[in-house]
Write a protein of this length. Structure first.
Length: 261
């Protein structure tokens, strides 16, 4: 119920606005931070494959360290605890969710793997679920390597849902966002997926790779754009801090140390 109240406030606050942000730290101070990167995996801001500036989000793992069932890198972005970006319905209705991705050719994991995108959502009762878009379920059997793929569109594709601790990535479970909003559910064993509705809101955007895959992976993502059909949009450009900013931060740190003495 709290989530629903906040959603109304947020829609009013951001109506018709374009919210573009540079993300050059993953400590959540700019909304983005580590969610579930595990031992043997890493999620960092990197200058190795810059995009729209001096950097991008680098995600990597090595299942020899992580273990195949654990190999994972994952970050999440949001507006704050319980503050929604907007309604999934307004995303489906003329909106778009895009990002740029890059798979390094040195990766040894299965050829369809690249950084994937997920939406953390809550239905009208506040119950949470995860909606997952993966290239392999959207006609990408072999990921492009050593080149950026620009503005990967996802909204019109196939998604699957995770709720109540169960992945519903089973036959019949790969559906449009609109199909889920209509209240349709998926069965997996004795579990049924959460019922979503047209008041379902987006609370977070996750970028990640893994788990469950063996081998090594190095990839990048950038230029995440969440645009609703009502004109509200959010854009995130992953960058590394400019040298001046690093120097200032170090000076501030030194000053802080001195003050504490
Ligand atoms: Ca960038
Ligand atoms: Ca782009």
């Amino acid at each position: 119920m709290v989530g629903r109240t906040l959603s109304v406030a947020a829609v009013v606050l951001f109506a018709g606005s374009v919210n573009a942000a540079i993300v050059d730290t993953l400590d959540f101070s700019q909304g983005w931070g580590d969610l579930d990167t595990r031992t043997g995996g890493s999620s960092t801001l990197s200058s190795e494959r810059p995009r729209n500036g001096n950097g991008s989000l680098r995600m990597a793992y090595d299942s020899a360290i992580a273990g195949t069932s654990q190999a994972k890198a994952s970050v999440i972005g949001g507006l704050g605890i319980g503050v929604p970006f907007g309604r999934v319905g307004d995303l489906v209705d003329g909106g778009s969710l895009t990002y740029d991705w890059y798979r390094d050719g040195s990766s040894t994991t299965v050829a369809y793997q690249f950084v994937q995108i997920k939406l953390h959502v809550a239905n009208a009762t506040g119950a949470p679920a995860l909606l997952v878009w993966e290239g392999v379920y959207n006609g990408i059997a072999n990921a492009t390597t050593d080149a950026w793929v620009d503005d990967q569109e996802t909204v019109d594709g196939n998604w699957w849902i995770r709720s109540g601790g169960t992945n519903f990535d089973v036959a019949g479970g790969f559906q449009s966002l609109n199909w889920f909003l209509q209240g349709n559910t998926v069965m997996n064993g004795g579990s049924t997926s959460l019922v979503l509705d047209f008041d379902t809101v987006i609370l977070g955007i996750e970028l990640g790779v893994g788990s469950g895959l063996s081998g090594t992976f190095i990839g990048y993502a950038d230029d995440v754009t969440l645009a609703f059909g009502n004109g509200v949009s959010f854009n995130y450009n992953f960058e590394i801090p400019a040298p001046g900013a690093i120097a200032l931060a170090l000076l501030a740190g030194v000053a802080g140390v001195r003050r504490r003495r």
